[in-house]
Each structure stands twice: as C-alpha cells, then as structure tokens.
Design a protein around this ligand. Structure first.
Ligand code: SAM
Length: 219
C-alpha cells in the first residue's frame, strides 16, 4: 500500500485535547522501560522530538532525578497542554522545558544532548529525513537514540482492523487520526533506507508489536 501523508502538526484544540485525554499509560510507560533498557542515560540532557502534550518528558524527568528534558513540538495547542501538566508538578519543574519549534528548522544547540528520543512523530513528517538530520545535529557523539513509531500495514483493511482492535472505545477524532497515521507511517524497510541515507545505518530497526517499530542505538 502506498503511503498517504497526513497533516504534520496536531494544532487543532479539539484534536490536542482528545489526544492528551487518551489513555497512553501502557505505551508511554513501556517507552520509559525501553529507554531504561536500551538507552540507559540517567543523567544529562535529553531531547524529545514531537513531544505532544508532554507525557514522555514528564515521565523521564520523574523517573530519573538527574535528567533535564527538553520537549520540542511545533503545535501550540499541544504545548499549552504540556505546560499545564508541568505546572502541576513543581518538583520537576526546573528540569523540563517545552520548546515550540519545527523539526525542519529546530534551533536547538548542536551536539548538546546525551540522548534524543521521539515517539509517534516520524509518520507525521512529509520529509522524514528532517528527524534524522535533527538527531545528528542535536546528539553528542555516543548519545543514545530511541525512536518509536507506527509502521504501515499492507492494506487499508488491515489498518481498519488495527484501529478496531486497539481504539474501539476512543472518540471518533482519535480513531480517525489513528487510521490516517497508519496510512501515513513508514515500513521498516523505508526507515532502514532513511537511516542509510542519513549515515545512521548503525541504528537498529525492529518491529516490536503488530503496529510499532523501534529504532535504537548510539549516535
Ligand atoms: C502523535 S503526536 C505524539 C506526541 C508524543 N510524542 C506522544 O508520544 O504522545 C505527534 C506530535 O508531533 C508534532 N509534530 C508533527 N510534525 C512536526 C514538525 N514538523 N515539527 C514539530 N512537531 C511536529 C505534532 O504537533 C504532535 O504533537
């Protein structure tokens, strides 16, 4: 099935609120577990690219008292929710920052991060190389990299089955976004080609569920 790109930014208030209210407890805590096992950077600076409402930066900062986490997203609707969530957690407030910027033009400092992570962003990008360029720009040599995303199923029918299996009880706006995201996602082979073009072929690409792939390794 050909890829069908979707809009990059999630900047509609209704869409951002529905996303922030959805139950991502299981996948987001699994993301932190994978970070612990595969990246293992417990002190220093982490960049989360496409952080959305900020759940993963907040989880990382809560979990690792030595981490400073920058969450970057281009959508103000998402970042407003992220800043509200951060304001409710004064204990970690001085270690988390949210930055509004586009992946393609991000003005984060070069070679400054001990780890670069991203969850569910890659499939949004019309030009996926922008993510890999930002990883190379922001990560210091040897920094941990952990990128998780959906991968594209073989057919629209299979995408509809996945949505029915995992999101039957979610609001229509979320089921629509999930379906469109599956159609917009890259296959593991396409991601390997992107990494090779970015000279990041040493990063590993693995499928870790019937809909998720994981990219991990050292910059
Ligand atoms: C599906 S959400 C994932 C949010 C978060 N990482 C999570 O796991 O819950 C994708 C996020 O990427 C952001 N995004 C998409 N394209 C972007 C771009 N070109 N620059 C910056 N942010 C972008 C969207 O605004 C959205 O908040």
């Amino acid at each position: 099935m050909e890829r069908i790109p979707e809009p990059e930014l999630m900047d509609e208030a209704e869409q951002a609120i529905a996303y922030a209210r959805a139950d991502f407890e299981a996948p987001n805590s699994a993301f932190v577990d994978r970070y612990t096992d595969l990246v293992g950077v417990t002190e220093g600076h982490v960049l989360d690219v496409g952080c959305g409402p900020g759940d993963i930066p907040l989880r990382l900062a809560r979990h690792f008292a030595g981490l400073h986490v920058d969450g970057l997203d281009g959508a103000e609707a998402m970042l407003a929710l992220a800043r509200d969530a951060l304001a409710r957690e004064p204990a970690i407030g001085d270690r988390v920052r949210f930055i509004r910027d586009d992946v393609a033009a991000a003005s984060v400092p070069a070679v400054a991060y001990d780890a670069v992570v991203s969850n569910s962003l890659l499939h949004h990008l019309h030009e996926p190389m922008m993510l890999w360029r930002l990883v190379k720009h922001a990560a210091r040599p040897g920094a941990g990299v952990l990128v998780m995303d959906l991968y594209r199923p073989d057919s629209r029918e299979r995408a509809a089955e996945i949505v029915a299996t995992y999101s039957a009880d979610e609001p229509e706006v979320l089921r629509r976004d999930f379906f469109n995201s599956l159609l917009a996602a890259f296959t593991p082979g396409e991601v390997r080609e992107q990494l090779a073009s970015a000279s990041l072929h040493h990063l590993r690409v693995e499928t870790v569920s019937d809909r998720h792939l994981l990219v991990h390794g050292r910059a």
